[in-house]
Design a protein around this ligand. Structure first.
Ligand SMILES: *Cc1c(COP(=O)(O)O)cnc(C)c1O
Length: 377
């Protein structure tokens, strides 16, 4: 097959997605946007924090910019060690390990701890990186209905005994729905059925729990593995896993996205302790984000979920309608991107509204009014 055929194939695929209202493109964000952004995960505004920027500059001056190899060869510096100490302490677990991204963490870690003969029980709305990690693991993966602890129990009841080891895998705050897992109930089931607990705290760290230490911490649950990402509330990039020291040491040997990948930039790692300290100290910002989210949630009938997270979905169903509402509010100065399949299930396209701490109270109020007008238009 020649180059032309291949490009022709890509064009045809594109056409199919366009017809379904599912085509997505990259849009370079203007440096001084004409809209207020309700689509980032920069909950505490740290991506623009001057203290963090200074820490990054200092770190870049002190450490090599690039890690130059896998961490297992010559890629480990004291910047990595200090960052991993700070992150483990932050979530109250013994050790932690940095990954290039949350995606890399989940696809590398799950196959390192679960394999053929094991069982994984996974929430139906788990993030793509968790789904892909389960697929790569070759464990028998069973999907329980979103947040339905009773369904999880019935699956465990039916099949726990046919597996050697079992994992329950869940997000703490679900990334596209903003609702919370009932971690106390899930942990109790893990205990009862002798399963291990894997919790992805991508959207809860920094926002929920004591000093922003997440929902496990808030619920008094100690997961066997906890995943956090550094590109959201921490304002940087990368991710980490935390757990007991022998487990983390094993992941150094077995997690393929760690072993076979160049280490996180030392210059970046050097700024992580500052990001952790800033997140811990951001009580006022956390409070503001949660108030903003509450304002949006309570104004939108379908969106109330009792969640404390900063993510407020506005269900619209049809992808074209989601895009058109998003376009219309952007014209009026507010950015809330449409989220469509395959990111969310068929028929559940939505706007995903995420307030951040630097939004002013009036801005959030006007955003809500604008949104309601366009929803009813
Ligand atoms: C964003 C996210 C990830 C991926 O993290 P990146 O660092 O952006 O790759 C993983 N899990 C969940 C639940 C997420 O929301």
């Amino acid at each position: 097959m020649g180059v032309d055929d291949f490009v022709g194939w890509a064009r045809k695929e594109r056409q199919g997605l366009v017809q379904q209202g599912l085509w997505r493109g990259l849009h370079v964000q203007p440096r001084s946007p004409e809209w207020v952004n309700f689509s980032s995960n920069d909950y505490l505004g740290l991506s623009q924090n001057t203290t963090l920027l200074e820490a990054l500059k200092e770190s870049a001056a002190r450490f090599p910019v690039g890690a130059t190899s896998s961490r297992l060869l010559v890629g480990t510096t004291d910047a990595h060690a200090a960052a991993e100490r700070a992150l483990a302490d932050f979530v109250g677990l013994s050790s932690s390990l940095l990954f290039a991204s949350g995606y890399a963490a989940n696809v590398g870690i799950i196959p390192a701890v679960a394999t053929a003969g094991d069982g994984i029980f996974s929430d139906s709305l788990n993030h793509a990186s968790l789904i892909d990690g389960c697929r790569l693991s070759r464990a028998n993966t069973q999907i329980y209905r979103h947040r339905e602890v009773d369904h999880l129990r019935s699956l465990l009841d039916r099949s726990r005994s046919s597996f050697r080891h079992c994992w329950i895998v869940t997000e703490a705050v679900f990334s596209m729905d903003g609702d919370e897992a009932d971690l106390a109930a899930v942990a109790a089931l893990a205990n009862e059925y002798d399963a291990w607990l894997y919790v992805d705290e991508a959207h809860s760290l920094g926002v929920l729990g004591p000093s922003g230490s997440g929902l496990c911490s808030d619920a008094g649950v100690s997961p066997d593995l906890l995943i956090g990402t550094l590109g959201k509330a921490f304002g940087l990039a990368g991710a980490f896993v935390a757990g007991a020291t022998p487990v983390i040491d094993l992941l150094v040997n077995r997690a393929r996205s760690f072993v076979y990948s160049t280490g996180v930039l030392p210059a970046l790692a050097g700024a992580i302790p500052t990001a952790v300290a800033l997140v811990s100290d951001s009580e006022e910002a956390r409070d503001r984000v949660r108030k903003h989210a509450q304002t949006i949630r309570s104004a939108l009938p379908g969106a109330a979920s009792g969640s404390r997270s900063a993510i407020v979905p506005v269900p619209l169903g049809d992808p074209d309608r989601a895009v058109s509402v998003s376009d219309r509010i952007r014209e009026r100065g507010y950015l809330a991107q449409a989220i469509r399949p395959p990111t969310v299930p068929e028929g559940t396209s939505r706007l995903r509204c995420v307030p951040i701490s630097s939004h002013k109270y009036e801005e959030v109020d006007i955003f809500v009014t604008t949104l309601l007008e366009e929803l009813n238009a």
